[in-house]
Ligand binder design. Structure first.
Ligand SMILES: *[C@@H]1O[C@H](CO)[C@@H](O)[C@H](O)[C@H]1NC(C)=O
Ligand SMILES: *[C@@H]1O[C@H](CO)[C@@H](O)[C@H](O)[C@H]1NC(C)=O
Ligand SMILES: *[C@@H]1O[C@H](CO)[C@@H](O)[C@H](O)[C@H]1NC(C)=O
Ligand SMILES: *[C@@H]1O[C@H](CO)[C@@H](O)[C@H](O)[C@H]1NC(C)=O
Ligand SMILES: *[C@@H]1O[C@H](CO)[C@@H](O)[C@H](O)[C@H]1NC(C)=O
Ligand SMILES: *[C@@H]1O[C@H](CO)[C@@H](O)[C@H](O)[C@H]1NC(C)=O
Length: 511
């Protein structure tokens, strides 16, 4: 019997004999006939099966080209490994009632900060509390529209040794524990936030619903400013952007939390102390790009106008940045953004790009917020980079950030023509119409180049789109497409844009 590898490779029939029938001797010619017969049999069976499949199957076929992006819901059941029936009722989906909020506040600032909470809190619907250090001043006059408060336990016996921080971090870190110990029914997730965090509830639910609450999850986002992530940690969910802890993880966390608070007494923030504990338990942060710490200074326009392809979950630090709409207070700005958000939560801030090839224009829509018109064909790669309208949090520098930015020139001929949301409406039940009007900064010069003139004449954009099914967030992300409807017709000074699913093989590609 052959033992050498080399010989085996040169004589395949011998190999077969060696592997399959080591003791029986078969003539090579018999083996060859046997092999041919086998191959013929397999081929026949396969042909018949394929014929039957194509003749009688009603399944969508691999070889045809379905518009799979047009009906996202059909495909997303494949995603879950658990079996559930066609109406999806075996599995109780996560909804708002499964979340318990724990908001970090203080008596001194509650009267101002509560206005941020009142933007998203739903009395008798959202569950949870704002945790204060003591009874707030005008306790009796707090409106029923703000979250109810609880007074945190005394923390004076815990250590806090960070020289530049505030001891209140100890109290904040323990909110998740005090929340857990209230023992409310049917809680799947504990969501922590600050008193100046604005949550977008439908999207928060969409995000949490992607994860199995019976497993141990710690979900949130980083700081936008790299300097912060370097100092505090990349492995941490930043507290102001908010983070979610699943019930079984919270159950483990509360057992070790007080020890961590003392052990990591030199850490600045409550979120760091919580993360140190997570690290001991061995649970990394699951990053979701819709949680926004907003660790930036200046104008957040660029950040919001180039939102990543993920649902908008939270905004924070809104007292530290300029109002998001020009000429309005921050609270009124947020009310305006929310008025659009409510019409189509999944689509809020989502970008779409399209070209008008008759006029060589590029349009970038950030749904519910802003629209940019460029009198040239700008690449998608450029359009998806954030305009650098802001600086870093700690050092007020031009970066670096955890995403790419592009400069916004002073020269008006280097800027797009800018539009801001005017109003958002539901139309025909399942569609929306958002209107964006031209914004001119006071004392700002306009570009006088002739190619800018037709663009500058456009005063209004009307953007229509179907409501975005939240189920798309369970699928591979893809930016939606748009088209300029009345391209080149010059119908007054209103341009109509339609946002829709991309067609197969459609891309934002200049000719
Ligand atoms: C795909 O969708 C586009 C636009 O909605 C439509 O024009 C096209 O006919 C569809 N193709 C198929 C194969 O259904
Ligand atoms: C799915 O399951 C639910 C309850 O488990 C049942 O009421 C419903 O009829 C089922 N639907 C289908 C289509 O089987
Ligand atoms: C949320 O889910 C629970 C099941 O855990 C259900 O009883 C409740 O009706 C749901 N609430 C809403 C508002 O859908
Ligand atoms: C909340 O519910 C309570 C009792 O069910 C009711 O008295 C109160 O008016 C409700 N509050 C709001 C703001 O709806
Ligand atoms: C658009 O750009 C292309 C290529 O740069 C050019 O050939 C064409 O004339 C332009 N069309 C208009 C209407 O400006
Ligand atoms: C644009 O939308 C507004 C509503 O915001 C509507 O009144 C107006 O007629 C629309 N214009 C066009 C040209 O469709």
């Amino acid at each position: 019997m052959s033992t050498g590898t080399r010989e085996t490779m040169l004589d395949p029939l011998k190999t077969w004999k060696f592997l399959v029938w080591p003791t029986i001797t078969i003539k090579p010619i018999d083996l060859l006939v046997f092999l041919l017969k086998t191959i013929l049999a397999i081929f026949t069976v396969a042909s018949i099966s394929l014929f039957l499949y194509f003749a009688f199957s009603s399944q969508p076929r691999l070889l045809s080209s379905p518009n799979y992006s047009n009906n996202p819901v059909r495909t997303f059941d494949h995603h879950k490994s658990i079996s559930r029936n066609i109406s999806g009722q075996l599995y109780e989906r996560t909804n708002l009632s499964h979340i318990q909020f724990g908001i970090g506040g203080s008596a001194k600032t509650w009267n101002q900060r509560r206005h941020y909470c009142e933007l998203w809190w739903r009395p008798n619907v959202t569950r949870g509390f704002v945790w204060l250090d003591e009874k707030p001043p005008n306790d009796e006059n707090l409106p029923p529209t703000s979250p109810p408060y609880k007074i945190s336990q005394d923390t004076s016996l815990f250590k806090y040794t960070c020289p530049y921080g505030s001891r209140s971090a100890v109290r904040m870190a323990r909110i998740v524990k005090e929340s857990f110990e209230l023992g409310l029914d049917n809680v799947r997730w504990f969501v922590m936030g600050d008193d100046d965090t604005v949550f977008f509830l439908e999207n928060l639910v969409s995000v949490l619903d992607k994860y199995d609450h019976n497993q141990m999850y710690y979900i949130g986002g980083n700081s936008e400013s790299v300097e912060q992530d370097v100092i505090h940690s990349y492995n941490m969910a930043y507290g102001g952007g908010g983070f979610a802890i699943s019930y079984p993880l919270a159950a483990e966390l509360v057992k070790v939390l007080d020890g961590c608070v003392d052990r990591y007494s030199s850490f600045y923030g409550s979120d760091q102390k919580v993360q140190a504990c997570m690290s001991e338990i061995g649970i990394p942060v699951t990053k979701e790009l819709g949680f926004h710490q907003v660790d930036i200074r200046g104008d957040p326009y660029g950040l919001l106008a180039a939102h990543p392809l993920a649902p908008l979950v939270s905004l924070h630090h809104l007292d530290y940045v300029q109002p998001i709409f020009p000429g309005m207070t921050q609270i009124d700005s947020l009310k305006k953004l929310i008025s659009a958000y409510e019409k189509d939560p999944s689509r809020a801030l989502q970008q779409s790009f399209c070209y008008d090839l008759k006029r060589n224009w590029s349009v970038s829509v950030s749904w519910g917020y802003t629209l940019q018109l460029y009198p040239s064909l700008v690449t998608a790669k450029k359009l998806e980079a954030a305009f650098l309208t802001f600086q870093s949090w700690r050092t007020w520098n031009n970066g670096p950030f955890t995403f790419n930015t592009r400069p916004i020139g002073k020269d008006p001929c280097e800027r797009p023509v800018m539009y801001f949301l005017d109003r958002a409406q539901r139309v025909n039940g399942d569609r929306t119409l958002t209107t964006y009007t031209r914004h001119v900064e006071e004392s700002a010069k306009e570009c006088e180049r002739p190619d800018y003139a037709p663009a500058l004449a456009v005063k209004v954009f009307n953007v229509s789109s179907a409501r975005l099914n939240p189920a798309i967030w369970k699928m591979a992300p893809r930016r939606q497409c748009c088209e300029v409807i009345n391209g080149g017709d010059g119908v007054g000074n209103v341009v109509q844009v339609k946002i829709r699913d991309c067609n197969r093989f459609e891309s934002v590609t200049p000719p």
